[in-house]
Ligand binder design. Sequence first.
Ligand SMILES: [Cu+2]
Length: 137
Amino acid sequence: MNTKIVLGIVALVVLVVAVIGFVNIFGSPSTIGDVVKTTNTENVKEFVMESFYDENGIWFSLKDISVSKGDIVRIKVTNIKGHHDFVIDEYGIKKDTPLNEEVIIEFTADKAGEFIYYCSVPGHRQKGQWGTLRVIE
Ligand SMILES: [Cu+2]
């Protein structure tokens, strides 16, 4: 009786493992597709900036970014002084930038136009912490 229950459980475990293995084999082609997509660096535009404050205001070290529509935009932001974040409303981006840590913001520039990137900490944008992202058609 007990042996039958144990055998039943073993059979169930073997079945579950087999099903998981089966799903993984069939799941792998789409995983490979994702990897190919993300390693295509052809149209990546990379920018590096710092966020900080000084006696004159609060800033991003880069005031302008220009890319072409369809580019993958990668912005590396390092906060070197104060508390800041990085926001682009039209692209739904809002990322915290902890002190002395490089934060990578990546998105596809699929909308043409001029957009403002800024820090949403109260008062920071007014004191200068913003810049312009130009996405050229
Ligand atoms: Cu700020």
